[in-house]
Design a protein around this ligand. Structure first.
Ligand code: COA
Length: 584
């Protein structure tokens, strides 16, 4: 394939854009990125970079004719051929479509209606829109993009002719809140879940909690066992709290609602808009009146909770699996504390190997920027104090992993990991990832944050000093395959995403029963002791935190500004220079 100059034009450099960026680069193409800020800026980017092809993986506006008339522009649409409109995936989840697709089409004057260059389909999964987007859509988008780019690189300049059985065009309008609205008095759990999942991550479903208008998300079905004590409850009633989620009654069961965002008055300034928070924290006073219903780590699969532990294999070669499925991979102080307590608890179990499974969608994205932002609005608290508490709690989790020296620990990346979440993974002895995972093992994109989580110990021990420095300064997303090549990972699973958990467990069971396990363990303990004698972990922590203290409390407000923009989803005013390589 001829290498191409490809300009990625996107609303934000989101997970899909990152995956395509990294994959295309790995295929030898020269990439640059321009965020979609204004038509004139896009025109300028095209003039400066002179791309062979513009690729738009995630856009909220049309590409200007001055651009698509000059250079071939391919748009990634999260719907099958013929599907058009701004809420493609929302409708698919809302309707419970069994299969869905992604289309790569050429931009022209009509929205989503240009000639189709390639498409790919996938089976839907009972999951949120965001989860499907980050997994199935991204995977299909890469397949279709690769096919389209290969055609273009091979010299084709127009889309293949339409097949005779081309699907009918179907314009689907914006999915409005009136259609998303939940009628608690009449709707089943299945219907409530479909609506909530169709709006998750954005925009959520407009509803009311304790009479206050808010958007809901992060919904999970309640088990029959959890609902047993509430058999007399009215549909819509608020029943209990678990790990910050609220249990709400439906006509035939209940749902746990993990996240809520207050509805803003119409004239709210964009910088003051509300943002998602843990539901029981947003409604702390009201939720305090509800009973707490915590669950044990080991429990039936249908009993929802963020933390879960399972054990497998024969006596003497047992494997423990600890999952921590935190919404958006955001690890607030409370979540870190619960995770650390869980780690200490499962360390009491006679296992040879402990798998840290993170979440299904994200392994971890580090400290919880939303809960930190919320602290800025709480009397007697501040974002700086909340950041400080959160990074200490994150470090305590990393330390608990590092100090688990009596068995092998493995981080299993089922989804992406970013910033502190990527370094948390490195605290384990081994790191395995699925091939679709994108890592962002750097902190600087969040207002030049220095970072902690013992990264100054963990990264150089894998990459050396020069490698660690290069990774931290380049600030680019990394594919699992690339991470394996440089030594950041120990294993990259290129099989299908479905079945990755089972394959990881098989691998761990083999490890647990391998004859040289005790030798490896002794070597690990000796290495840790040597490292500790050379430079204690406490010193790494102290020096990292001294820099973080400056980020949180110092004169330079960059971190606070960046976090505020991130949490409030402020549109970008310019493209960071490490992405827009066409700009001097
Ligand atoms: N705290 C709170 N929310 C977070 C988060 C964090 N650390 N990291 C991601 N999220 C949220 C996003 O706001 C977004 O919310 P939404 O559901 O309202 O859309 C959701 O998770 C998905 O994130 P998104 O940025 O769309 O995912 P992505 O896969 O495209 O990008 C990252 C992944 C890691 C590059 C990006 O999310 C990021 O930069 N996160 C911040 C990491 C960080 O700086 N952590 C703090 C320092 S340790």
């Amino acid at each position: 394939m001829n290498p191409l100059r490809i300009l990625l034009l996107c609303h934000s450099f989101n997970s899909l854009s990152q995956r395509l960026f990294a994959e295309l680069r790995a295929h030898g193409h020269t990439l640059s990125v321009e965020l979609d800020i204004a038509d004139s800026v896009t025109e300028e980017a095209v003039a400066l970079f002179r791309p062979d092809l513009v690729l738009a993986p995630f856009l909220k506006r049309r590409i200007p004719p001055t651009v698509w008339q000059r250079v071939t522009c391919l748009v990634v649409h999260p719907g099958p051929p013929g599907d058009q409109g701004p809420s493609a995936l929302d409708w698919a989840v809302w309707r419970g479509e069994p299969h869905w697709g992604v289309t790569v089409l050429q931009a022209n004057g009509d929205f989503d209606a240009g000639p189709v260059w390639a498409h790919a389909s996938f089976d839907m999964r009972p999951a949120t829109k965001g989860s499907l987007y980050r997994r199935e859509v991204t995977q299909a988008a890469w397949r279709a993009t690769l096919a389209a780019v290969q055609r273009f690189a091979g010299g084709e300049r127009s889309a293949p002719a339409l097949p005779d059985d081309a699907p009918l065009v179907r314009w689907q309008p914006l999915l409005r809140q009136s259609e998303r609205a939940i009628h608690w008095a009449t709707e089943s759990t299945t219907s409530v879940l479909a609506k909530l999942r169709s709006g998750d991550g954005q925009p959520g479903v407009l509803d009311t909690l304790w009479g206050q208008a808010c958007y809901l998300g992060d919904a999970h079905p309640a088990s029959a066992a959890a609902m047993a004590e509430f058999s007399d409850a009215e549909p819509g009633a608020m029943l209990a709290v678990r790990e910050g989620a609220l249990l709400r009654c439906t006509v035939d069961g209940g749902v746990w609602i993990g996240q809520a965002r207050r509805a803003d008055p119409p004239d709210t300034h964009p910088t003051q808009r509300s943002f998602k928070q843990v539901a029981a924290e947003l409604f702390a006073t009201e939720a305090a009146g509800l009973p707490q219903r915590p669950v044990p780590l080991q429990r039936s699969p249908d009993e929802w909770g963020e933390l879960r532990y399972t054990e497998h294999g024969p006596e003497g070669a047992r494997v423990g699996c600890l999952g921590f499925d935190f919404y958006n991979g955001a690890m607030s102080t409370a979540r870190c504390e619960r995770l650390r307590a869980a780690l200490l608890q499962v360390r009491e179990r006679p296992t040879k190997v402990l798998l840290l499974l993170g979440g299904e969608g994200f392994f971890s994205n580090g400290i919880d920027l939303n809960s930190i932002e919320a602290a800025a609005h709480r009397p007697g608290d501040s974002a700086a104090d909340a950041s400080w508490r959160n990074i200490q709690a994150m470090n305590d989790v990393a330390l608990a992993v590092l100090q688990t020296t009596d068995r092998l620990t493995v981080s299993v990346l089922r989804g992406n990991a970013g910033a502190g979440g990527a370094f948390l993974a490195l605290a384990a002895d081994q790191v395995w990832a699925h091939g679709s995972v994108v890592l962002n093992p750097h902190y600087k994109n969040m207002g030049n944050l220095y970072g902690s989580e013992y990264w100054t110990y963990l990264l150089p021990r894998r990459l050396g000093d020069a490698g660690a420095k290069a990774l931290m300064t380049q600030r680019l997303p990394l594919l699992a395959a690339e991470a394996l090549k440089i030594g950041l990972l120990d294993h990259n699973d290129e099989g299908s995403r479905q079945g990755f958990e089972e394959r990881s467990l098989e691998r761990a069971l083999a490890l647990a029963s391998s004859y040289n396990q005790s030798g490896e363990l002794a070597a690990k303990q000796a290495r840790r002791e040597q490292d500790e004698a050379h430079r204690p972990l406490a010193l790494y922590r102290e020096q990292e935190l001294a820099r973080m203290h400056r980020n949180f409390y110092g004169f330079d407000p960059s971190y606070h500004v960046a976090r505020h923009h991130f949490v409030h989803k402020q549109p970008h005013a310019w493209t960071p220079r490490h992405l827009a390589v066409h700009r001097p």
